[in-house]
Design a protein around this ligand. Sequence first.
Ligand SMILES: Cc1ncc(COP(=O)(O)O)c(C=O)c1O
Length: 322
Amino acid sequence: MSFNERYGAWAKRSGELFAEASTVIPGGAGSSARTVKFGWKPYPPFMASGTGSRIRDVDGHEYVDYLLGLGPMILGHRHPTVTAAVADAIQVYGTCFGLPYELEIEAARKVIDAVPGIDLIRFTNSGSEAVGSAVRIARAYTGRRLIIRFEGHYHGWQDTVYWSNHVDPAVAGPASRPRPVPSGPGVPAELEGTMLVLTWNDPESFAAVMAERGDEVAAVITEPAVFNTGCILPEPGYLELLRELTKLHGALLPRRRIPGRRGWRQRGGHVDHRGRPVLAFRHLQRQRGGLRRRLGDDGSARRAWLVPAAAGSRPAADGWLA
Ligand SMILES: Cc1ncc(COP(=O)(O)O)c(C=O)c1O
């Protein structure tokens, strides 16, 4: 029996929902990253509910949600205190105003108080927006245009980064210097010149490109442990190399920080994928003086990018996102 046949029997109801979803939602899923095209073959499982650390699909299978709903469910699913607070807020204030409101100041202040080194926050609704903001800020701050990203990584659907996720090997170019390939139609080909795509976990190609063009690079964006093309851990020393060479060339390395328990609670810094403290952009603090780390985050506080704060003659942080 083929995998698809076995999966189809195992996830029958999900299959029915996927067929129905595909008639009203492009690709049958709310994020491109969860579509067949991006590897969820023959279709993704559909979830029914979650409680605490577990989620359950519509076919009755239970999973431990190690991904924490991709970040926001740090207290587990349907935590009674969180559920009550959300319901209260909607009852007392309303749902959405499209204008500033006092609660968002309180939310921002809570994050700032909980995470050392953060002094300003932009909330966003999705990871794509957070990445788009991080890329824009990196370009504004450095005055450079070039972004380095890695083949197979996914950073959302914005034109600037919707490239080279699941690439047809026939058009991918050599592993030592892959060719950027748009992930779908409608992405302007002109943007190809604004990025370099590299093979991940390959220190030689990264070192070579930084030696050649490091001073043109605004930022290097990476999934620290690859989630969107299977689960691939970085080789020992690889992330450290990214850090070292971006630092050397004055490029930024936005860190996606999920507010996990250790990260938010640990005093003195965020933690990396191995639980060790990281101090993103510290080199910039030293180099340019007075820089402090900032956090860009989405509305549900599920993702965060660390970006540098304003310094000297640089435009004010508000200007970078305006
Ligand atoms: C590493 C990474 N960055 C960005 C995104 C984009 O997030 P969203 O789908 O919320 O726009 C994703 C989504 O899966 C992701 O995995």
